[in-house]
Design a binder for this molecule. Sequence first.
Ligand SMILES: [Zn+2]
Length: 280
Amino acid sequence: MLDAVCTHGGEVCTYNIFDFQKLDPAVIELKRQHLQCPNPDCTGKAYYRRASIDGKAACFGSRYHIAGCDEGRSSEQGSRELQQAQEVRQLLLAGEEVRFDFSPVAVKGRSEPVTPLAATKADTRPGSSPDKVNKSAKPASIGMDKALASLMRGSGLDTSETVIQLDGRFNFKAKNLFVNFADAEPQASAADVKPKMFWGTISHTDADLEWLNPSDCDDVGIPIARYKKAILARFGITDRRDLEGAGLILYGKCFWNRSKTRKIIELWDAERIFISVLTD
Ligand SMILES: [Zn+2]
């Protein structure tokens, strides 16, 4: 994307990347959470990625292009996400209960695949023995990467009545479990705070990579300082730019900061988070 539409402060204006990157850094920080795809039929929420030290140009992009948007170029990562979204759509159509699998997802090209202990062949390939499947099969499962891909591609997971089972005992309707950062509602008191699966994309971080700011809204902050080392290592993140435009899903709790000016989403632990770093 060479252009992006900015809606900051109620004014709509189109920037090209060459002008945008020359803006004052403070102005960029204000505007970057209000960017959209310039295609008026799409208007997918967009991100700005700064130029890298090793010479990659600054760019605009969006993880939310509608199908067929000319601004969204095809990539291996994009095709994989579409495939995952399609698989989730099939699961939702089947209407059966779905088990949520929190096992750490292998990050392509960054670490060795992790084979979850619970994932047996019968579990991941329903239908391979048709006679026994219906009565003895465990529920189908989805993991964090597939859930995130399908949410970003609008599979309907966040509006579905399908029952999602967590940790083998908690059942939630999908529509009550998956919450985009823009829709996060802080709970009134600590005792009320129930964890949910929050998702969206990252606009940018602070200089120390301890604070994630979503692209989806500008009143939510996600502190990661406590788990920073483990998270950055697991997803191969070494630079702020790696997180700009990355997809994010996490299990956590939402509450107000002390002055009630900002919603805070706190991670459950270092494991229940998945970051879909852009691969190009
Ligand atoms: Zn688009």
